[in-house]
Design a protein around this ligand. Sequence first.
Ligand code: MG
Length: 274
Amino acid sequence: MILPVAGNWHSIRLGTVMADSKMQLMVVTDLDGTLLDHHDYSFDPVLPILDRMDEEGIPMVVNTSKTKSEWLAMREAFGNDDPFIVENGSALYEGDEVTVFGTPREEILEKISPLRSQFKFTGYSDVDVEKIIAWTGLDRSSALRSSHRGYSEPLVWEDSPEAENEFCRKVADLGLKTLRGGRFLHVLGDTDKGKPLKKFQDAGYALIALGDRPNDLAMLTTADVGVIIASPGDYVLDAGEANDDLLRSEETGPRGWAEMMTLLLDHFLKKPAI
Ligand SMILES: [Mg+2]
């Protein structure tokens, strides 16, 4: 089935997603720069879409680099109690059940400690909450929640791009992984935002995933439909070989999220919103 799309989009092949009319849709979404505005964390444009998803019984799984306590504090504003994935694919929470895909943070800090003499960077574990507020623009309690990390260490890179590449190679040799997010270089276990999705696919869900940065690519390419949400300014996410398979919003952040979800829900549910 070909979905004709507007603007600068090309026709998109949705393939097997359309094969089963009884398919159960699930939306998997990044937060910062995708569901939330990159600068002020606002999300008003997505609320009507969330109401529509509720009516249709479509769950929304948040898949974020944020921590469990950050999302728990936030999710009421979205009326969401669906499963969620934190710290870049490190852990999946479903009710009381947690499935760990990553590496405990203490182990990560121990492993990267010898690299501190070779590279210039500052991690969450090196600073107080004031510094985290300065880095993120979060209020104090949000910044504290962001510091309650179980499976990853966000770093502010203070060395050259060449040194960053070298650092990433050395971290890989330690059996860990690095991901470049909007603000931070994340060091985590050998996982990504795509790995936990297999569980939902095995349960029969057709997945629509939305994200805006390189750390979202594993999620976008694992999903049945991957959507790149445009970023403010000149930034364009290069998905490499997957560029032709992924949809792209025209609007940025939550407006782009609402734009694309309206189009996809109209398409999959075969009825336009009132
Ligand atoms: Mg993002």
